[in-house]
Design a protein around this ligand. Structure first.
Ligand code: DOR
Length: 310
């Protein structure tokens, strides 16, 4: 076992790092670049039953503090990612599939097809896309979330994970965690998706910076790090039988280490990967290893969830 070895669902990972769904994972070439990188695993773009063009461009902009996007789930349709998953060499790296149906029925149809393929792919069910006009984020509607998890547990009938939106109120942490805890097949919780429906303004142009939804979109990067860490830690504390994947604001080994302290078992990279490319994983691994060695840690296990309170 090496310093950066990680584990999720009893599966071993050479590094805790992977892409956040949506970045570097729409096309086979991008997934292959993830495979060739120093990431420990990779996840496919959130898929829908049918291919989607997504929202009109420009729909992603990087800013000094991160990014804003309203992509609108552009993807090649679940069959494309299922084909990739069928051909994938699981001995090389674990593969996650992100599933984001536009309805409960769509999700059940996709989960049924993926289940029938009998693959070791790990499913992350996206309950938190903020960018499809007319489709609210499922995990902000606790009744809809409960029904979705109930149906997914029945149809999928094996361990899976959920991609969650950020919450901002202790009562919401409590309620969301209670729902997740009622579903034992939900074995991991990915916190967080982008903070939805933010507005970035360019003062020179006196304008929004992305076209869809009058400029409203999900933000990532530096803006979201403290919110991401709070959500990782809130669910880590409340869901002792589940694992947490951290996502949000990772751009160096320091933020990876923060996510681990907060309770993350794996850590996803979104905005910084989009901006820097797949070479970022070699840098993040090296920076994380340097921090661990400097502090005398011999494994990620020793760090996970060990955040001190005052
Ligand atoms: O920020 C996001 N953008 N989160 C999602 O879940 C989907 C993605 C998109 O395609 O809009």
């Amino acid at each position: 076992m090496s310093l950066l070895s990680a584990s999720l669902l009893g599966i071993d990972f050479a590094s805790p790092l992977m892409n956040a769904s949506g970045v570097c994972c729409r096309y086979n070439e991008e997934l292959d670049a993830m495979l060739a990188s120093d990431a420990g695993s990779l996840i496919t773009k959130s898929c829908t039953l049918l291919p989607r063009e997504g929202n009109p461009e420009p729909r992603y902009t990087a800013t000094a503090l991160g990014s804003i996007n309203s992509m609108g789930l552009p993807n090649e349709g679940y069959e494309y990612y299922l084909d990739y998953a069928v051909k994938h060499d699981y001995a090389k790296k674990p593969l996650f599939m992100s599933v984001a149906g536009l309805s409960l029925e769509d999700n059940m149809a996709m989960l049924t097809a993926i289940r029938e393929a009998k693959l070791p792919a790990i499913v992350e069910l996206n309950l938190s896309c903020p960018n499809v006009p007319g489709k609210p984020q499922i995990a902000y509607d606790f009744e809809a979330m409960e029904s979705m998890l109930e149906a997914a547990s029945r149809v999928w009938a094996q361990p899976f994970g959920v991609k969650m939106p950020p919450y901002f109120d202790i009562a919401h942490f409590d309620e969301a965690a209670a729902i997740l805890n009622r579903h034992p097949l939900v074995k991991f919780i990915t916190c967080i998706n982008s903070i939805g429906n933010a507005l970035v303004i360019d003062i020179e142009r006196e304008s929004v910076v992305i076209k869809p939804k009058d400029g409203f979109g999900g933000i990532g990067g530096d803006y979201v790090l403290p919110t991401a860490l709070a959500n990782v830690n809130a669910f880590f504390r409340r869901c002792p039988d589940k694992q947490v994947i951290g996502c949000g604001g990772v751009k160096s080994g320091a933020e990876v280490f923060m996510h681990l302290l907060a309770g993350a078992s794996l850590v996803q990279v979104g905005t910084a990967l989009q901006e820097e490319g797949c070479g970022i994983f070699a840098r993040l691994n090296a920076e994380l290893a340097e921090i661990l060695q400097r502090k005398g840690y011999r494994s990620l296990e020793e760090v996970r969830g060990k955040l001190r309170t005052l």
